[in-house]
Design a protein around this ligand. Sequence first.
Ligand code: ATP
Ligand code: MG
Length: 328
Amino acid sequence: MKRMLSGIKPTGRVTLGNYIGAIKPFVSYQDEYEMFIFIANLHSMTIYQEPKELRQNTKDLIALYIAAGLDPEKVTLFLQSDVLEHAQLGWYLGCMVSMGELSRMTQYKDKASKNEVIGAGIFNYPSLMNADILMYDPDYVPVGEDQKQHVELCRDVAEKFNSRYSETFKLPEPLIAKVGGRIMDLQNPTKKMSKSDEAGKGTIYILDDINVSKKKIKSAVTDSDGYIHYDPENKPGISNLLEIYSIISERSIDDIEKQYDGKGYGEFKTDLAEIVGAELEKIQARYKEITTGSYLDDVLEAGANKARPIARKKLAKVERKIGITIKK
Ligand code: ATP
Ligand code: MG
């Protein structure tokens, strides 16, 4: 069985973009791959998190994975901070990457241009991410378009390590869905929907009131052409809605275009609002069931117990190779 790994930061309320780009695909992969999924809470610290909110967002993320259909018996679902080896390997790998390489990361450049004061963590977080990935030798790392560059950097660092110290890490492949890899803000369809952005009309949150979400879809920015056609460059709003429609309904974009041939945006948006609303209702009902009692704590404990031995073994191997371990 091929191995797959991915993580999400508990940096805000989970959005429809996260669901479509990261959570829903995992659910479909879980029977085919050996999956490692972690809540990247160490990464969330790159930007100040209000402690109470961080706690809630972390619990919600775990619960949402499960509510979306992920089976903790099949996948290894764990908290990054529960496996201490991540931070330690992250340090070693951070020492193997240049300032120049890190400065070229678009996510860093974007964040750096927006905030007046930024923490050093934002600059160096790809090193921790490299550790998260390389620790488990995954074949694939399913990511949204925004993370592709980081997986490429990860491969570069792994190659550098392997050639300097001998074969240690497997080079991971990014796996980017053709559709849904980059869901856009509904009010500004040239900007990615992100959970850490200011709450706005353009972001749908999975745990939001269903009617609020429906309204957001109905008031999504489109264009004045009046026909439903997939063309991200010239019709970003409609194309984004078509992607959302396609992923949630599990139908092809072609098929949906045919259905709405000659029909107006109003009808299309009303139908999409119903489809998304029904999906959110299903997830929210399951979320309510699993957030009572100690179920989630048990899931995390079991997940960390599965991940830890693998991480320990890999870190020990690295430390032997680089000369940190003095015993032969
Ligand atoms: P932040 O604003 O804090 O970076 P985010 O919404 O971008 O939050 P991440 O934790 O960075 O979320 O990413 C989690 C996963 O969701 C990653 O695999 C990422 O590629 C994917 N993802 C994030 N935003 C989108 C989006 N708009 N469309 C599709 N996938 C997305
Ligand atoms: Mg992001």
